[in-house]
Design a protein around this ligand. Structure first.
Ligand code: BG6
Length: 481
């Protein structure tokens, strides 16, 4: 199958940091379909050769194991072309179309790795020159909008030109092997599904914790914040996969219909419940792995009086028969104690205790990163004699170890899926808009509340109020147990 893959924003960070290295991995693994061309498009005037040299330099900054040697780079670079385009000039789109038409590949993937404020204009121009025919797919990189209205505007522009089946909205978390494994865990095994409901589960915690600060992204981040950057997309996508009903097939729309139902069932926020159930924080200077790090307000390009949140913890519920009354706690933050993404399913305690000592309820920990695995925490007896208390033990599965050589990175998987036209791991416009609809009352309540985010020290687990949020229900975060 021949394909042409075009990166708008061909000299941008996303392209050289994530997309080109991911494509190179696909190439190295022999997964890139034969007969492919990769075209980088940007403003600068340069030749294919100059672009390839520039890219080779950039690759030196890529993680060692993922870096090509000279010979590999030469082979990979032969697929890469460069084209100058001023995205505001209609004739430049015609030029692109002519270039693509001359080859007439089976599939044309147009990846918009530009600033999102350009999406609407680019889509309209692509439509105007007919670069929206059946063989074309468009890939849209986050952030997809800043709020519901801007997300809808982008979606209207995309829909005005492309069919929904041609639109591939990226949430790179869906490309992570550990996240795909959630589907396998729930719907490929009969073991958990009967327990996967309010009768057996006390609460569910989703934590996406980062050690990194905002680094050089201060200007972007300050206009975004943790709620838009991580909760509206990544955390909510995880929640839908945990809470959804079994889809009737493994097809994109069967899955996305079920995910949408979850988003529609989420308890809506009011100004009152935001004040009670949402905690926002901002990091101050502190220590990460023994090294002093600055506070958010001291970061480059962050205004000294910024009220931008770098941490969010919230409590919500899924209002349906399966989940009524079960708290779902979501938490994300920068400069936290660990880099740790996990989902903790806390089961209910035994209904009647016959053993001495404290009885710790069972817990299933779905580890997303840095480790990728499953841990089932149980209680056992050592056999040490009469009157013995139960001892916590765990069944521990390490998927990285088990499947190491076969694992494919998130962007690699998503790029290959976009080329192959598989939509399962991409977000549909109605899901994305519903997620904004749910998040908006939080943004509104914060805008009206000048008290701002609560400070927390870099290297901690966020403001104490996040612990209080969970403690109020009689629970605690996993690291506090
Ligand atoms: C991105 C956010 O979507 O996800 C970043 O914009 C964040 O702020 C990143 O650091 C986290 O992704 P990962 O794959 O490193 O967990």
């Amino acid at each position: 199958m021949s394909f042409d893959l075009v990166f708008f924003g061909g000299t941008g960070d996303l392209t050289w940091r994530k997309l080109m290295p991911a494509l190179f991995q696909a190439f190295r693994h022999g997964k890139l379909p034969e007969g492919g061309r990769i075209l980088a498009v940007a403003r600068d005037d340069q030749s294919d050769e100059r672009y390839r040299e520039w890219l080779k330099e950039r690759f030196r900054e890529v993680d060692g194991a993922k870096r090509p040697n000279d010979e590999e780079f030469e082979k990979f670079a032969a697929l890469i072309h460069y084209r100058r385009m001023d995205l505001s000039q209609p004739e430049h789109y015609q030029g692109l179309k002519d270039w693509l038409d001359a080859r007439n590949a089976d599939t044309v993937v147009l990846y918009l790795a530009t600033s999102p404020h350009l999406f609407t204009g680019i889509c309209q121009q692509l439509g105007a020159v007919g670069l929206n025919h059946d063989k074309v797919r468009v890939v849209l990189e986050k952030p997809l909008g800043h709020d519901l209205a801007s997300a809808q505007e982008i979606n209207r522009a995309v829909r005005g030109v492309f069919a929904e089946s041609q639109a591939f909205r990226i949430d790179h978390y869906l490309g992570k092997p550990s996240v795909q494994n959630l589907m396998a865990l729930r719907f490929g095994n009969a073991l958990f599904e009967p327990l996967w409901r309010r009768e057996s589960i006390a609460n569910i915690q989703i934590t996406l914790a980062e050690r990194l600060g905002v680094g050089t992204r201060g200007a972007f981040y300050d206009g975004t914040g943790a709620l838009r950057d991580m909760i509206q997309n990544h955390a909510l996508q995880l929640l839908t996969m945990i809470a959804m009903e079994p889809p009737s097939t493994n097809d994109a729309d069967a899955i996305r219909d079920e995910k949408l139902k979850v988003l529609r069932s989420l308890k809506p926020f009011t100004a009152e419940s935001v004040a009670r159930d949402v905690v926002r924080g901002q990091y101050r200077a502190g220590n990460i792995e023994g090294k002093a790090v600055p506070g958010y307000l001291e970061e480059v390009k962050v205004p000294a009086d910024s009220q931008c949140e770098t941490f969010v913890a919230l409590r919500t519920e899924v209002n349906n028969w399966r989940w009524a009354g079960v708290p779902f706690y979501l938490r994300t933050g920068k400069r936290l104690a660990e880099r740790d993404a996990e989902i903790v399913v806390n089961f209910r305690p035994v209904p009647h205790k016959i053993f001495p000592g404290a009885s710790q309820p069972n817990r299933l920990v779905i580890k997303l990163q840095p480790e990728d695995g499953l841990e089932l925490q149980l209680l056992a007896q050592k056999g040490a004699g009469a009157g013995e208390q139960l001892t916590p033990v765990s069944l521990d599965l390490d998927f990285d170890k088990a499947f190491a050589t076969q694992r494919v990175g998130a962007y690699e998987r998503l790029l290959l899926d976009a080329i192959a036209g598989r939509l399962n791991l991409f977000v549909r416009s109605d899901e994305q808009e519903q997620a904004w609809r749910w998040v908006e009352p939080i943004l509104d309540a914060w805008a009206a509340d000048t008290s701002g985010p609560r400070p927390y020290s870099a290297g901690s687990w966020g403001p104490a109020a996040a612990s209080a949020l969970v403690a109020r229900d009689g629970f605690s975060w996993a690291e506090e147990q």
